[in-house]
Ligand binder design. Structure first.
Ligand SMILES: Nc1nc2c(c(=O)[nH]1)N[C@H]1C(S)=C(S)[C@@H](COP(=O)(O)O)O[C@H]1N2
Ligand SMILES: [Mo]
Length: 328
């Protein structure tokens, strides 16, 4: 984004993890919460997955999704890389800051407020959200606007499940996502690199697309703090920054929301930010990407970036007739 030190010279991530005591306490809290929410974590799926899951946090199984495009034969990036090479500016702008400092984030108790142009606004407790719809596992590519990508198995369900329950009104055209901004828990808020809180947005029809995921876990476990615990968005056809972490508010609005990255650098980060290899960022090409875990520096093998990050068959229709150069 504005501060980019890693694009050409990839610094290998540190292997530090949250302290085992912190992880233990978090795991206990989550288990209690999951039990209260009636989540059947001891299902056959759970047993099948438990063999591979990292075993660091509470289990959060999901049944393989049947949504078109929600899986891939590509090899998942290692849990180690996915949890130690992060963008979460509320904890600092270095890739290694989130894993180092996100231990302070308290993912429970947690509520998500849904407001604006809906018939049924309300505050959703995390436990209510966890049981709102069946948990699915979806394996998505994540493409950062900086030129790197990962393949991550997520647990969650379509954002559309939540949207239909709150009943958007006819005047609702956009959905705004506001993420946590708490100085007690997030040392990065001292920097004014972005306008806090981190705000992102989608057009309502994008938000309703079945691939737009409300994610609560990854690799069969609850989300690690550095990846956006306890709930984040995952919109796989857009650059990673559209997928806000640690969401606290979802607002249905009539006007296109002002988003943090758009406010910071409007000519570089548009509202749509669909992955598009043919539209360069003003300062670098978007034609290729480096898959994290596939070598670094001189040895970095670069892959071709795919239109809509490879989800064109599913989402292309959302943008029919739009000039994607203008609506970048
Ligand atoms: N709240 C918040 N959400 C955020 C960010 C952030 O700085 N703050 N960074 C974004 C960017 S630029 C990317 S690429 C992805 C990275 O997600 P990951 O660290 O889980 O791979 O999160 C996105 N969501
Ligand atoms: Mo990103």
């Amino acid at each position: 984004m504005i501060i980019r030190t890693d694009r050409d010279g990839f610094v290998h991530p540190r292997s530090s993890e949250i302290t085992s005591r912190g992880a233990y306490l978090q795991r206990r809290q989550w288990l209690a919460g999951l039990a209260a929410a009636g989540v059947a974590w001891a299902s056959r799926d759970a047993w099948a997955q438990s063999a591979q899951r990292p075993g660091k946090l509470a289990p959060l199984p999901g049944k393989a999704s049947t949504v078109a495009g929600a899986t891939t034969m590509e090899k998942a990036t290692s849990y180690e890389d996915v949890t130690s090479y992060n963008n979460f500016y509320e904890f600092g702008t270095d890739k290694s800051d989130p894993v180092a400092y996100a231990g302070k984030l308290k993912p429970r108790p947690w509520t998500v407020e849904v407001e604006g142009l809906v018939n049924k606004p309300g505050r959703f407790d995390l436990d209510a959200l966890l049981k709102l719809a069946p948990m699915e596992e979806r394996i998505y590519r994540l493409r950062c606007v900086e030129g790197w990508s990962m393949v991550i198995p997520w647990q969650g369900y379509s954002l559309a499940e939540l949207i239909k329950r709150v009943e958007p009104q006819g005047s609702a055209k956009y959905v705004e996502f506001v993420t946590l901004a708490d100085r007690q828990q997030m040392p990065g808020l001292r920097s004014n690199v972005l306008d806090w809180p981190y705000v992102e947005g989608l057009r309502l029809d994008e938000a309703q697309h079945p691939l737009a995921l409300l994610a609560f876990g990854m690799y069969g476990e609850v989300l690690p703090n550095q990846n956006g615990a306890p709930v984040r968005l995952m919109v796989p056809w857009k650059y990673g920054f559209k997928s806000g972490k640690s969401i606290v508010k979802i607002r249905f609005v009539e006007q296109m929301p002002r988003t943090s990255w758009n406010l910071a650098a409007p000519q570089e980060y548009g509202f749509f930010s669909n992955v598009n290899p043919t539209v360069a960022h003003p300062r670098w090409s978007q034609a290729t990407e480096r898959r994290i875990g596939e070598g670094s520096g001189l040895f970095a093998k670069r892959r071709e970036t795919l239109m809509f990050n490879g989800y064109e068959a599913q989402v292309g229709q959302l943008y029919a007739g739009m000039d994607l150069r203008k609506f970048y």
